[in-house]
Design a protein around this ligand. Structure first.
Ligand SMILES: Cc1ncc(COP(=O)(O)O)c(C=O)c1O
Length: 390
């Protein structure tokens, strides 16, 4: 008798694979088969990692920085992050309030494992980044979706969704998938609510550097001391420094949270790749120049992509990140009844990859990433227009 396959954990049946990551796999396969693909789907800058960061990483290897290091991150890097965070959050942050993980995705996972008991609820404004609900569920939590019209946070709707089981709310500004930045007044209102109801604000700021039109980006951690104490600020080296493959993200929070995250991570993954951390240190020390150059280019791309939507979609102009999130409902019909089928047909018929809004909890929309060169943006948008207006 063949041995019966062991039954897998409910936990794993309960979550979905990241559909955007799966699509990226399909695309590399299509490219390998020689298809002419325009990838407006992957959320990463198309630039190489800046040379000085590569050199610092190589140098760390030459210096044999290849062993285990501190679980929470090497001291020099945490000091440099604490200095930057003190400016961003307008208060003195020390290195004990800084914690490194393998990308901000890992940090988010660790946060939920650290703060969530089974059955606890976490408020997730819609649309949301695909990982939020799954990371909450992996910790036994319940994502409580809250509709937020016009790509903005509705504190009113959030208030109504709070129950005695609410542990946290997760926000993401600049936002993936909408590119929206939440205004200061709204963040202040949310901060007040979090203190009053004693819930955490998890502020995913992975796109903090990618802000356009000289806008200021309001962070809840920069509000009063009371709000700071309830806020877990999550940041990443991935997007700001073109270091997606280095896998370095970090958390700024109260020391008690950091200590407990450290306890968890000591059994999970231990430290981040040691030599990659030296690359991150160089990145943060040279950040002004790197970020300034990248933002200039991305802003031009944003303007181009947005202008190419004229007469095609209804879409808000993104204030940050590198995504457009247009409504495509007027193009849906019997042959193309929803955004997922639209995305699939678009890919098959034109070779343009985008992501359906349904992945982000917002059916009827699509996400177009403009973190690629102007030629690709122009050609991609041309093909989308021809496809939709045929
Ligand atoms: C909103 C948001 N947060 C976090 C991340 C994860 O970034 P990383 O794990 O590379 O730091 C992403 C990546 O796409 C993202 O869009």
């Amino acid at each position: 008798m063949p041995k019966k396959m062991s039954k897998l954990a409910d936990r794993i049946h309960n979550i979905e694979e990241s559909k955007s990551v799966r699509l990226a796999g399909i695309l590399s396969q299509l490219r390998a088969e020689g298809r002419d693909i325009i990838g407006l789907n992957v959320g990463e800058p198309d630039f190489y990692t800046p040379k000085n960061i590569i050199e610092a990483t190589k140098n760390a290897l030459d210096q044999n920085m290849t062993r285990y290091s501190l679980v929470e991150g090497i001291q020099d890097l945490r000091d440099a992050i604490a200095k930057k965070a003190s400016e961003q959050l307008t208060r003195k942050i020390n290195s004990k309030q800084v914690f490194l993980g393998n990308g901000s995705k890992h940090i988010l996972y660790n946060i939920f494992q650290t703060i969530i008991n089974p059955g606890d609820e976490v408020i997730v404004p819609v649309p949301y980044w695909v990982t939020f609900p799954e990371a909450i569920k992996l910790a036994g939590g319940i994502p409580k979706f809250v509709t937020c019209p016009n790509n903005q946070l509705s504190v009113e709707n959030i208030k109504e969704a709070i129950t005695e089981k609410t542990k946290a709310i997760i926000i993401n500004s600049p936002n993936n998938p909408t590119g929206a930045i939440y205004p200061k007044e709204v963040i202040e209102e949310l901060g007040k609510l979090a203190v009053e109801k004693d819930i955490f604000i998890i502020s995913d700021e992975a796109y903090d550097a990618l802000v356009y039109d000289n806008m200021k980006f309001p962070s809840p951690g920069a509000l009063s001391e009371d709000v700071f104490k309830k806020t877990l600020t999550v940041q990443s080296f991935s997007k700001s420094y073109c270091m997606t493959g280095f896998r370095i993200g970090y958390l700024i929070a109260e020391e008690e949270i950091i200590k407990n995250m450290q306890k968890l991570q000591s059994h999970l993954s231990g430290n981040n790749c040691t030599f990659a951390q030296y690359g991150a240190l160089e990145a943060i020390l040279s950040s002004d120049k790197i970020i300034e150059d990248m933002v200039k280019i991305m802003e031009k791309r944003r303007d181009l992509a947005y202008s190419l939507c004229e007469g095609l979609f209804e879409v808000e102009k993104p204030q940050g990140a590198f995504y457009l999130f247009p409504n495509v409902e007027k193009y849906l019909n019997e042959q193309m009844p929803n955004d997922e089928i639209l995305a699939e047909k678009l890919l098959k018929e034109t070779g343009v990859a985008i992501l359906p809004g349904a992945y982000f909890g917002a059916p009827g929309f699509i996400r177009i990433c403009f973190a690629t060169n102007e030629e690709q943006i122009t050609e991609g948008m041309k093909r989308i227009r021809t496809f939709l207006c045929k």
